[in-house]
Design a protein around this ligand. Structure first.
Ligand code: PRX
Length: 646
């Protein structure tokens, strides 16, 4: 449809940007050649410290150990709020756009300060102290940001659980982090539909005896169950406490939050981020990658339940004194024009979303876009999965009127902040490429034997040195951190992604090389879905793989072996899909479920996923070697009844 061409930085963008190519090169070189000095300067520039650090960093990839700005003290909520009050107290910190187009609100930095202090005092009044974990299960309302910052103010560690997770998933996360306090809402509202968040919490808490307080935000006012010994209304509680709360001085390495993410095993990992390094990377990338300038309106469409919402709705933008837009709804409600209507309504300058949303909107046709002006837009961004060049070009030409650079940002929950990305004033863009490393990031590509590849090559993507917002541990299981990220290539951080580097040194992320799927930008471990399926009485064994999907990027394809006395049926397939939604969350529902009398295994009993993947992808010519199979007939059977045919 569009020529797959290089999009050079235009003079206009270069002249107004924080950095041009020479600026990027100079800073990148400094970050690699004099890292101590470089990071000390950045930490001084972007953050306000109560007490200076004595050592910039002390990291050892062999132990999975990282510490940044050691000895330094600061409070994240002070950096995100208090220090802006004298210069921009009346400036809008958060623009809230509700699910209905008529519903919106603006919260100034001064109001944010009061709300955060009050909620912090409510938490204190319930006995929450520094180091305690607080679970947040929230819709996209400003109170979600207040809750995160209130925890940060008193040194409590938040664990935000995405509102799409099921009660069982909420329970597992509450128990793993031993959260004793939960902040939620009566209901969430998305696309005109209510989400029963408080009822889900009630179900989850049936098996969480340590939870003593549930603070509930009234969003819809619909009836909910109430436990007077445990439950309190947010709006009542905040009236009973002071509007001032002294911030807790935090060590740079004190934990800020835990965020659960999927890995190759069934049990989600509690990724732990700390204070100083995390905040620095979030703020600095927000400044350079989005080329943020004071007064601009910045909108990241992510949910606060994911890392993108943490770093680029709340912490990065607020640390920089920005105006951040928080959207409660979905891009297709009331219709597929919604995003562009919001852009016009609030005069959004910077828009950051996921490829899956771009593809979904592209499929609805250009009219929905061109019926809105979008003249305020200056920069577009994407995150979460590889973007196909067609979607990139549509985003650039149709949404951005061939005027706005597109920053394709690669990073992970574990990296805390953007790692590989264009900088708008510096980087010539290639559709589909995340381009070049951010400051201090040293990527490399490895072959399966552990040899580093040079020049243009494809391989497993690793990072050679620590960065400030590096994952510090897997909560409660440091060995799992070492095993997952630092064992495949000793001395290197293994990302789990594959990538290609071209002759210009640009990186093209090709996707996960482990058993992690990326469905509509949601990261899902195949093992999580398999564990859910085998919990069902009718299922003897299950294997889950990904297959390509036009809108979602990947879809879930499950091979299910029924119990010997179970008759497979379409009704049972629907039941199994609903069962997975109940166990994990609606976003983890398999697209396809194929019945099978058995799974292809090696003689030693290992499931041959490579073959299952190829069948699901309908790529039969590249099935590969099947000679090591215990029972080759199973493959014939699977091929004959495969579901995802062209
Ligand atoms: O596979 C990569 C993909 O998303 C994974 C990380 O998922 P999560 O921790 O949920 O964080 C998503 C938001 C940062 C990565 O391992 N991914 C993320 N961004 C990109 C990407 N794949 C290709 N291009 C990207 N820009």
């Amino acid at each position: 449809m569009y020529p797959k061409e290089l999009h050079p930085v235009t003079d206009q963008v270069r002249e107004s940007a924080h950095l041009d190519e020479a600026g990027y090169q100079a800073m990148y070189r400094a970050s690699i050649e004099q890292p101590e000095q470089f990071w000390a300067e950045q930490a001084e520039r972007f953050l306000t410290w109560e007490h200076p650090w004595h050592t910039v960093s002390d990291c050892d990839f062999r132990q999975g150990q990282a510490a940044w700005f050691i000895g330094g003290k600061l409070n994240v909520s002070v950096n995100c709020i208090d220090r802006h009050l004298s210069s921009r107290g009346e400036q809008t910190a958060i623009i809230w756009e509700g699910d209905e187009p008529t519903d919106d609100a603006r919260i100034s930095y001064r109001e944010l300060h009061e709300k955060v202090c009050r909620l912090a005092n409510v938490l204190k009044s319930r006995g929450v102290k520094k180091g305690d974990r607080v679970c947040l299960y929230m819709p996209m309302v400003p109170e979600a940001a207040y809750a995160m910052l209130a925890c940060a103010r008193i040194g409590a560690v938040h664990s935000v659980v995405f509102g799409g997770f099921s009660p069982d998933a909420v329970r597992d996360r509450i128990l793993d982090a031993d959260c004793q306090t939960v902040i939620t809402a009566d209901y969430g509202v998305r696309g005109g539909k209510p989400v029963p968040l408080k009822a889900n919490v009630d179900k989850a808490l049936a098996k969480c005896p340590n939870v003593h307080s549930v603070i509930t935000v009234r969003r819809t006012g619909e009836t909910i169950d109430w436990d007077t010994t445990r439950d309190l209304w947010y709006h009542e509680a905040i009236e009973q406490v002071s509007a001032d709360c002294a911030p807790e001085p935090m060590d740079s390495e004190d934990p800020l939050f835990i965020l659960y993410t999927s890995g190759s095993t069934g049990k989600p990992k509690g990724v732990l981020h700390t204070t100083g390094g995390y905040l620095l990377s979030a703020a600095m990338t927000h400044h350079y990658v989005f080329d943020y300038k004071p007064g601009e309106i910045y909108w990241c469409t992510a949910d606060v339940g994911w890392i993108t919402g943490h770093s680029y709705i709340v912490y990065g933008p607020l640390c920089n004194g920005a105006t951040t837009l928080m959207f409660e709804g979905v891009p297709t409600y009331p219709d597929a024009s919604r995003c562009w209507q919001v852009v016009d309504k609030h005069q959004v300058n910077i828009f950051y979303t996921a490829p899956t949303a771009i593809r979904a909107l592209m499929a609805k046709g250009n009219e929905f876009v061109t019926s809105c002006q979008r003249s305020s837009l200056r920069l577009l961004g994407t995150v979460g999965e590889p973007i196909n060049p067609e979607a990139w070009e549509w985003y650039y030409h149709v949404v951005g009127d061939s005027r706005c650079p597109v920053v394709d940002t690669w990073w992970q929950t574990e990296t805390g902040a953007i790692m590989i990305t264009p900088l708008p004033g510096a980087t010539d863009l290639k559709p589909g490429s995340a381009t070049r490393p951010f400051f201090g990031v040293e990527p490399a590509l490895m072959d399966p034997d552990g040899k580093e590849l040079q020049g243009a090559a494809s391989g497993n993507l690793v990072l050679k040195r620590s960065w400030p917002s590096q994952i510090r541990t897997v909560y409660g299981d440091h060995q799992r951190l070492v095993d997952t990220y630092f064992s495949a290539y000793p001395g290197l951080y293994f990302t789990g992604d594959g990538a290609r580097r071209d002759e210009d040194g640009y990186y093209w992320i090709t996707g996960r090389v482990d058993d992690v799927l990326n469905v509509s930008g949601h990261r899902i471990g195949t093992a999580e879905v398999e564990s859910a399926l085998v919990l069902h009485d009718s299922v003897a064994e299950a294997a889950v793989v990904g297959c390509p999907h036009d809108i979602k990027g990947q879809a879930i394809y499950a091979y299910v072996m029924p119990m010997h006395d179970v008759e497979p049926s379409d009704a049972l397939i629907s039941e199994l899909k609903a069962f997975v939604a109940e166990q994990v969350g609606g976003f983890a529902k398999p697209e396809f479920i194929q019945w099978t009398p058995g799974l292809p295994k090696t003689r030693s009993g290992k499931i041959m996923r490579r073959i299952l993947r190829k069948i699901a992808e309908d790529e039969l010519e590249s099935l590969g070697d099947t000679s090591t199979l215990a029972d080759p007939a199973v493959v014939e059977e699977l091929i004959a009844h495969r579901l995802n045919r062209a």
